[in-house]
Design a protein around this ligand. Sequence first.
Ligand code: F6P
Ligand code: MG
Length: 519
Amino acid sequence: MSSISAKSEPNGAEPTAVTTKGSRLSPGAPPRVTLHLGHLPSKTNMSVPYPRSPSRVDPNNPPWPAFRGYHRYSFAHATMGVRLPTILGKAIDDASRTLNEQSSEDLIIDLANCLERMDQLMVDLSGNAKLRPIIDDAEADVSLWNKEIAKYFQGKDFMNAPWLFAEAYKYRRLHECFSVSKYWKDYDVFYRQKCDTFSRSAEAVFELSMRFAEPFSHAANLSDAEKLDADRLMFLELTQVCLWGNSTDLSLLINMSEEQIKSLQSTGGDHLAATEKNILGNHLNRLWETVKSIREKTGGRVDFVLDNAGFELYCDCVYADFLIQSGLAKQIHFHGKRYPWFVSDVTRKDWEWLLNIMVYGHLFPKATEVERESLRRLGERWKQYERDGKWVYEQHPFWCTGYTFWDLHSEAPDLFLHLSRSDLVFFKGDLNHRKLTYDCHAPASTPFDVAIGPMASAAGAPRICSLRTIKSDVVVGLGDDGDLIAKKLDDDEPGWKISGKYAVVLLSDGRPGEKVRFA
Ligand code: F6P
Ligand code: MG
């Protein structure tokens, strides 16, 4: 029989319930009353109403139930238990390889210490240690990390903290292995892999460079209406190129053959037409109406919150180039990460590498002269955009924190204000989508504007477009029939949420008063 004892509060407040087990009475304390509950109804398992009301939402309690590493049904389990240790193991191999290439004793000793810290991280990760604060390594995000840990994750470990936070924390700890060193602060354990995937993408790279090296122009004698339609068709195809460029992030390519990668990267028209049916939440036409109206007003600013380096970044740039040339945007801001993040995410070094290697590199020995020239010209044009201030590369510390974008306006108000001046902000990829939607178990029919909370509703929130191939559990924005569609896919194609075969193109409604009306 269970029992609880109730103690009267001296100030006459509600009595505090205390379990009898382990409790002690201090001398002079009021006598304790023991209640025997054997005749009360047994406890029932109540279903909690979701979504939580906004005041009850916090990083440990998302609006809908969180995914956590110990949830065997979720991709969180495989990621925390298997993928992350594998990724860390490969990172250790990379740093060891670099160590073996050194000659200076100082550098070697310093890197050996980084490796020891990585080994410790491996012990913590595989042993499911508690999440400790981040060491003050002078990065601009330390206080954000430690505030979040202190407020919401004290005593939590890698498996019972929400997956999104635990996974981001692992990459922050990996960075710390190097950031506290003397000579290796900026070392990128994923850099070799990132460069390799681009050099292995020759076919798709030249498919695009051969088409876009020459500045874009309309065929002669087209009427205005025909020009507009040509712009529309090109915009829709290139949006798809940009979208599907996300299906090949390195963290999922570990076991893929060259042939599988090539087929994922296929950028031909037939392939794109066939893949549009795999866009489960599809606002492509609304997106076109939006950019068209931006052009009609003034031409404007478009932002890309980037995802992966190499081939995906290259596709993003081809798309951004078209937006500039067609007058759909006047200026583009690209937002990358300050340090290596989720294996393949873009850092400033990756950005510079891509543009410089396109112009000066010797990456593709089998390419023809014409192909190499097309890539060089494209790279030259993009570098010129940077010099002219048409393209701006930025890296705010907030992008490498464990906070979701529901907290962007409160935890990074400067960044929020900056984004609010944009006419359209593209969020690329799976992780950004998880952060937009609080990475939780929202029904697939949840409208995008509801799922992204303050990023749609906060005063000044910019119009947002998520271009994401589906590679993890959270799926929203599939429309009124979304729950049925998701259920059918669950039954017919287990694994559909992590295969990268399906995608969403979801657009928020944008600022009140500045909405484009959709038919
Ligand atoms: O580890 C899982 C994950 O975070 C998933 O979100 C996704 O599978 C991958 O890593 C990152 O994907 P992306 O590069 O598209 O954000
Ligand atoms: Mg990524």
